[in-house]
Design a protein. Structure first.
Length: 555
């Protein structure tokens, strides 16, 4: 299994030669591993550049004096049997990063004219603790035989050694507070920022601040059948933007039956509110469902015109997830937009099987199977499809299941399954959705050149079109946009509803609703008595969207 450690070793050249080919192929075929490799490679290059930067400049005199104190340790003859003392083990790139950061602190302290803040140095015990937490260095353990006439040199020169050690600890406790306007060393600032980012762990506040704009609200308007009954309400869920081209990851059950769904990003003006009725009147996109896997309960949707302010969420590596690590869930539980919860990983459930409805009968199979990340980060209906973050800000799961009857059992589909659906869209288990062909005013006018129009809500935009289906001079059909007529939203030029009065008695017998705007009606309402307008008696649904209504029931 290729993990992050091997990618790191491959980047810094410490990976055993016999493993090079395997890691190289994995990087070439896995975009996430390639991204990880490039990150470590860039970090190494940056550290190398830092070394040349520092090497090319003269060492400040105060720093020379400090260095000379350490050189005193080399006066004693060294044994050929040298031993290395390592405080704790880290990959080479992290050694380099910590060492570089130490150099930066030293160099900046003695070079800059900017103010610095120095902590009060505490007792030796605390100094030792800070030393171990701050750097990892290799020291030679010098084995010398003291001279009878000179017991104050080399390893026996304890006073000098302690003074050098205390000076070294003093330097490690210095925290620089540099005024950007006075500092002229932008490269030092750049490498310092990069190193801090490489090792920083995020809390809930930081996760929310950084990634709320990359988490979207999804509404699926398509009706569905549940327990042999037509449910005329669609699904509500969450999605994560995962690339700059508008690709969004969510759950299969969020977009089930739909070819297109509405996507609402984090509003530019959050002061107006984050609940659904506020967000739906703001910026929105129509996203096409491009792939889905019922087995793993995952789906991909795509929007065009992704706002530049949205940053894609990076995908993590499930092999590194362990029980006990901190995680964060971000989504829209029961309509409370952009809510974040915190918890820990409770367990990894390998190849778990489940249904969202009743368990299968004998001889039947479960609908879904995947590896799940169980956590204590609370989720509810509306969180489905949203990200489960680790402390690095990487998505390690797609929130899917919350048990109301259980005490804080929350399950997310492992992100490795998302990588599978992204990389293997042609897999037979992954359903590619059909092309979208919504009804527009232009198409309507092409079929009915003599149609009449109306601005129903009187906002200056045409939203209703009357047609003569049988060309006898009597209007017997009307098309309109449901947003303008019902929800009060701005017209988008896409037509959802059509009503027909076939016997031309002034009462519509049939209403068709293209809920996902793909040009094929999802729902049909029938007025069998044909006496009173809106007195619908029957509702029908086209489940597989083949143009034939599959399921009928009383309205």
């Amino acid at each position: 299994m290729i993990d992050e450690k091997k990618i790191m070793q491959y980047a810094d050249g410490s990976l055993p030669q016999e493993e090079h080919e395997e890691v190289k192929k994995a990087i070439e075929t896995d975009p996430n591993l390639k991204k990880l490799y490039n990150t470590y490679k860039e970090t190494g290059d940056l550290l190398f550049k830092l070394g040349n930067e520092i090497k090319s400049k003269p060492i400040p005199e105060p720093l020379k004096e400090k260095i000379s104190k350490f050189n005193d340790l080399d006066e004693a003859p060294k044994s050929s049997d040298k031993k290395k003392f390592i405080l704790f083990r880290l990959p080479k790139i992290q050694y380099a990063a910590i060492a570089a950061l130490f150099i930066v602190v030293l160099y900046s302290t003695f070079q800059t004219n900017s103010p610095v803040v120095v902590d009060k140095v505490l007792d030796d015990k605390i100094n030792k603790q800070r030393f171990k937490a701050s750097a990892t260095l290799n020291f030679d353990v010098l084995e010398t035989l003291p001279s009878i006439n000179d017991l104050n040199k080399g390893m026996l020169n304890t006073e000098s050694f302690k003074k050098s050690y205390d000076d070294f600890i003093d330097l490690l406790t210095i925290e620089k507070k540099i005024d950007d306007e006075n500092s002229d060393n932008n490269f030092i600032k750049q490498i310092g920022t990069s190193i801090k980012a490489a090792f920083r762990k995020e809390d809930a506040k930081a996760i929310y601040s950084k990634w709320k704009g990359s988490v979207v609200w999804i509404t699926n308007p398509v009706s569905y059948v549940e327990d042999d009954k037509i449910m005329v309400h669609g699904a509500l869920g969450t999605g994560s933007v995962i690339d700059n081209d508008g690709l969004i990851l969510t759950n299969w059950h969020v977009v089930d039956q739909a070819k297109q769904v509405w996507v609402y990003p984090f509003p530019k003006d959050k002061a107006k509110g984050l609940d659904m009725n506020k967000v739906s009147n703001a910026e929105k996109f129509l996203a096409k469902v491009i792939a889905s896997s019922k087995k793993t309960d995952l789906a991909l949707i795509k929007i065009t015109g992704l706002p530049k302010r949205i940053t894609p969420i990076p995908l993590g590596i499930n092999d590194e997830v362990v029980p006990g690590e901190k995680v964060f869930a971000l989504g829209h539980p029961i309509g409370f937009g952009w809510s974040i919860t915190e918890g820990i990983v409770n367990q990894i459930r390998i190849n778990e099987k489940w249904n969202y409805g009743p368990d299968p009968e004998e001889g039947e199979e479960f609908d879904h199977e995947a590896t799940l990340v169980q956590s204590s980060a609370n989720i509810s209906g509306g969180n489905s499809g949203g990200p489960l973050f680790n402390e690095k800000g990487n998505m390690i799961g797609i929130n899917s299941i919350g048990y109301e009857e259980a005490n804080n059992i929350n399950l997310a589909v492992a992100v490795m399954h998302a990588k599978e659906i992204i990389e293997n869209k042609e897999n037979i288990d992954i359903k590619i959705k059909a092309e979208i062909n919504p009804i527009t005013p232009a198409k309507l006018k092409q079929k009915y050149p003599n149609l009449k129009t109306q601005d129903y809500d009187k906002n200056g935009i045409i939203d209703t079109w009357y047609v003569d289906v049988n060309n006898n001079g009597v209007e017997d059909g009307v098309y309109y946009e449901v947003e303008s007529n019902i929800k009060g939203e701005k017209e988008d030029g896409l037509i959802e509803i059509a009503e027909f009065d076939f016997n031309e008695n002034g009462v519509s017998e049939v209403l068709l609703d293209d809920q996902d705007l793909d040009g094929i009606p999802n729902v049909k309402l029938i007025n069998k008595d044909d006496i009173e307008y809106g007195a619908w008696s029957t509702i029908a649904i086209d489940i597989d969207q083949d143009g034939t209504f599959d399921h009928f029931q009383d309205y």
